[in-house]
Design a protein around this ligand. Structure first.
Ligand SMILES: Cc1cc2nc3c(=O)[nH]c(=O)nc-3n(C[C@H](O)[C@H](O)[C@H](O)COP(=O)(O)O)c2cc1C
Length: 302
């Protein structure tokens, strides 16, 4: 691919998974500034150095270019709103979040995973960004999980772990959103269309039970990420759905492959299936899959 295609280059850079930070400073006239950044990198232990890269186009660029001190707050998994505020809000960003001052008067985001208070160590102009190297003067860190960012979407390891645990220990049933060449595998029943599901085997977790089920269907299936883990209200049991790629284009007996574009026309056997399949179709379009964790009616989508 050519580097003349900025979108392709942005996507390529964005394929590197990162955490999210808010970088803050105070102008010479006392104005607090800050922006969301995932360009954070640790650089050196001795002296303790870190790096962030403010873009030349930031409204606060001059403040960072001239600053003597700045701070970095690594956001926690539940601070997506803080990230959005410091990435886009045109209002006073500090009026919208909880913060406190470090020893240099630089604002730090309250409840972040980690705070670094820095003095400016080196500033290197690099293309349309500044490489702002900070010497860590003080820091604190907690056990919390950080907010993750990959391919233009947030993710949270804490939640993935929780869902994995539920999927492993508590699920009574497991199913697959099984794809082959932009088609999804469904099964017609008297109550409406279903997705392939199976009872979780007593001595196995949901993923292993699904693997066994896929083998029984004939093999050639590759199980990917969990897509949805939720509690069925009627039974109180959890069900887990994983994304699955099928190398074959022929549906196993009793099932059929339906083009993704035709799925909204199908009548599914229950509302949870309808909403899950509709989220699957829209996330497939933009290429970022999230994980739903909750019950049939409400939950978190990350
Ligand atoms: C996940 C994420 C990471 C970002 N990383 C950076 C970064 O490293 N450097 C940067 O200059 N802008 C980055 N941005 C964009 C800035 O946060 C955004 O342009 C800035 O808040 C705009 O501020 P302004 O309106 O004051 O110019 C990032 C945005 C997001 C959502």
């Amino acid at each position: 691919m050519s580097t003349n295609d900025p979108r392709a280059l942005r996507n390529a850079f964005g394929s590197f998974m990162t955490g999210i930070t808010v970088v803050t400073a105070v102008s010479k006239t006392g104005e607090k500034v800050g922006f969301t950044a995932n360009s954070f990198t640790s650089v050196s232990m001795d002296p303790p150095l870190l790096l962030v890269c403010p873009a030349n186009k930031l409204s606060s660029f001059d403040v960072f270019e001239q600053c003597e001190h700045f701070a970095v707050s690594i956001l926690a998994e539940d601070q997506q709103d803080v990230s959005n505020t410091f990435a886009g809000s045109k209002e006073d960003r500090f009026a919208q979040v909880d913060w406190f001052e470090d020893e240099f008067g630089t604002p730090l985001i309250r409840d972040a995973v980690t705070h670094f208070s820095c003095s400016a160590f080196e500033k290197i102009s690099a293309g349309d960004h500044l490489m702002l190297v900070g010497k860590v003067e003080s820091f604190n860190t907690t056990e919390k999980f950080g907010l993750g960012y990959a391919k233009g979407g947030y993710f949270s390891l804490g939640m993935e772990h929780k869902a994995e645990e539920m999927a492993h220990g508590k699920c009574a049933r497991v199913g697959g959103l099984i794809e082959s060449s932009d088609k999804l595998l469904v099964q017609k029943s008297a109550a409406g269309y279903q997705l392939p599901t199976v009872d979780v085997l007593a001595d196995k977790g949901s993923r292993a039970s699904l693997e066994q089920f896929m083998l029984n269907l004939g093999g050639g299936y590759e199980i990917g990420q969990a897509f949805s883990v939720y509690e069925k209200a009627q039974t109180g049991n959890f069900v887990a759905f994983y994304r699955v790629e099928h190398a074959e284009q022929t549906a196993p007996e009793g099932y059929e492959y339906v083009p993704l574009g035709d799925l909204p026309k199908l009548s599914f056997a229950s509302a949870d299936l309808t909403s899950m399949v509709s989220r699957f179709v829209s996330e497939k379009k933009n290429g970022v899959f999230r994980l739903y964790f909750g019950n049939e009616v409400e939950g978190d989508v990350r």
